[in-house]
Write a protein that binds this ligand. Structure first.
Ligand code: NAI
Length: 343
């Protein structure tokens, strides 16, 4: 029996606690490989501690350097700044790795196996914004500043190429908008092309595509792509798009990786429209837990979890509503735990 690995657990908001419970049940059935330090953040942090990112949660991640996190709610428009963005900044989690794979065959798009690598700390997404007041309109003009650095581009591009080569991928596609945002995303394309010439040519294929064309190509012929690497905002949008190719947001996990910490989560948000109803699909967070197991070297447990998910979906045909099934979160979890225990 291996020692339990200390890790921070943040159940999150909305459907967060429901999908976290499902994931904990699966991990318990796998022998409880993590020793959890449970913390709150997001709206739950505001309610419990008056802070969407309490110091105790940050201290915990500083200690464990490893976390599993449910979605955290961020108010749109006004209100507090995203705790997700702050967590990524605090721990310099520069790489957001978002793999999507077809798990239920026979859908509109079959045999999808794509990875989106999203830059996580720069670009327009970081929210350096302000309004300019004119006369009596305090919101007369809205401004945002995007910042991409050579070093930041190199960091994420190196990560994407190294990850692609290490996992036996065939091609890395650089997604940009350098025809219009010539500096902001031109630097990303330019750095990619230089890096490829210096380090990666002959080891893996590379091509480039403009983000709008990429979106169209992804829905017409997604199989032409393999690993997509892009700046923060484009990565945010494209990773939801590719989740849609494999059945929706309930199927897409994400890992936020930095030199000193890694935080695993679902790509989706807190889904307030279905929160508390027992309808949520926990697979995205379960797959995030599988990525977390791989990250700490517990590959055999990750493989068992992935196989159990596959058999629950395709042999037992137990599926939640978003996948066209009728199972509640609890019924899916029960079937999954039985598969983990019995194979
Ligand atoms: P969302 O991802 O929560 O929901 C979009 C749609 O997908 C909804 O119809 C929802 O019911 C459905 N959905 C999402 N996950 C599902 C699941 N596991 N099973 C079944 N259906 C699922 O996006 P939305 O509504 O834009 O955001 C809600 C809140 O979540 C916002 O406050 C947002 O800021 C936050 N958010 C947090 C993220 C994080 O913590 N990493 C990521 C994205 C959004």
């Amino acid at each position: 029996m291996s020692e339990r690995i200390p890790a921070t657990l943040i159940p999150g908001d909305g459907i967060g606690p429901e999908i976290v419970d499902a994931t904990l049940a699966a991990l318990d059935a796998l022998g409880a490989p993590f020793e959890w330090d449970r913390q709150v953040a997001g709206l739950a942090g505001v309610k419990a501690e008056g802070d969407p990112l309490p110091a105790a949660a940050l201290d915990s991640i500083r200690r464990t350097r490893l976390a599993l996190k449910g979605p955290l709610e961020t108010p749109s428009g006004g209100g507090y700044r995203s705790s997700n963005v702050r967590l990524r900044e605090e721990f310099q989690l520069y790489a957001n790795l978002r793999p999507v794979r077809t798990l239920v065959p026979g859908g509109r798009f079959d045999k999808i196996d794509l990875v989106v690598v999203r830059e996580n700390l720069e670009g327009l997404y970081i929210g350096h914004e302000h309004y300019v007041k004119i006369d009596d309109d305090p919101h007369a003009v809205a401004m945002a500043t995007g910042i991409n650095t050579r070093a930041g581009c190199r960091h994420i591009l190196d990560f994407a190429f190294e990850h692609a080569i290490a996992t036996g991928r065939r091609k890395v596609t650089i997604v940009h908008k350098a025809n219009i945002m010539k500096a902001l995303t031109g630097i990303f394309k330019e750095t990619a092309e230089q890096l490829y010439e210096q380090k990666y040519k002959g080891r893996i294929a590379m091509d480039t595509v403009i983000v709008d064309a990429c979106a169209m190509k992804l829905v017409i012929d997604p199989w032409q792509f393999d690993v997509l690497v892009t700046t923060n905002l484009f990565g945010d949008i494209l990773s939801d798009l590719v989740a849609g190719l494999v059945g929706g947001l309930g199927m897409a996990p994400g890992a936020n990786i930095g030199a000193d910490a890694a935080i695993f989560e679902a790509v989706h948000g807190s889904a307030p429209d279905i929160a508390g109803k027992g309808l949520a699909n926990p697979i995205a967070l379960l797959l995030a837990a599988a990525m977390m197991l791989e990250h700490v070297g517990r590959h055999e447990l990750a493989a068992r979890l992935r196989q159990a998910i596959d058999r629950t979906l395709n042999v037992d045909q137990v599926r939640t509503g978003d996948l066209g099934g009728r199972a509640s979160t609890a019924a899916f979890t029960q079937a999954l735990v039985a598969r983990i225990r019995n194979g």
